[in-house]
Design a protein around this ligand. Structure first.
Ligand code: BEZ
Length: 212
């Protein structure tokens, strides 16, 4: 059994055929944030809604410099027909590469859970940083559509941490206050946050969201 990929692991490289041509994954994501998500099968209802909604979110992903890849264990010819259905039924044409997998990538990323189904993937999501390391992974059952607004929210949080050394509190939403990460000393925080912070506890230092 392959070892599960964990946060901090390098996202494995692979080559694949997609609806937008052949890719080598590491080249395709070079220097960028990326989302790789699997859906159980083409021509299934929940997946149809997810891919339509993710296409609608493309401007939001673009704004954050994120490239998105969908994956299912289906043939490339089948992807084309399904893409037409997505456009017809969801009001948004597929606008990111959909990988046609023969299950080798799904196995590499642990997207097939034999206790759930031998061949269909669960709903996995990997958010990958510009360093090609996994920053988030989640797995949903086949019957529950994911919340892609939440994926955007996590990316915002991850990018705030990467760029400003702040963390985000429970149920944080874009524009709300954030927390100075514990690794930043008060000395260093004075330089980074010259307007100061609200020290609720020495370990809980609140500042307005940088860049807002
Ligand atoms: C779906 O994608 O709609 C789906 C797939 C497997 C089980 C239930 C729903």
């Amino acid at each position: 059994m392959t070892k599960a990929l964990l946060i901090g692991d390098e996202a494995p490289n692979f080559t694949a055929i997609t609806t937008e041509g052949e890719i080598e994954f590491h080249k395709a994501i070079e220097g960028k944030w990326a989302v790789l998500f699997s859906h159980p099968k083409n021509y299934t209802p929940v997946c149809t809604t997810e891919l339509g909604y993710t296409s609608k979110l493309k401007p939001e992903f673009d704004k954050r410099g994120v490239v998105v890849f969908g994956l299912s264990v289906d043939k490339i010819e089948d992807h084309a027909g399904w893409a037409a259905d997505i456009e017809d039924t969801q009001g948004s044409a597929l606008n990111f590469p959909l990988i046609a997998d023969d299950s080798s990538i799904a196995n590499l990323y642990g997207m097939i859970h034999p206790n759930a189904n031998d061949t269909m993937t669960v709903r996995s999501v990997f958010v990958i940083g510009p360093d090609k390391k996994i920053k988030l992974s989640l797995q949903y059952p086949a019957s529950t559509g994911r919340n892609f607004d939440e994926i955007i929210r996590v990316i915002d949080s991850l990018q705030l941490t990467a760029n400003h050394q702040v963390a985000t509190p429970v149920n944080w939403k874009d524009g709300e206050d954030v927390i100075i990460v514990p690794a930043v000393s008060n000395e260093a925080a004075k330089e980074k946050f010259p307007d100061g912070w609200n020290e609720v506890r020495p370990y809980l230092r609140i500042v307005p969201q940088p860049g807002k």
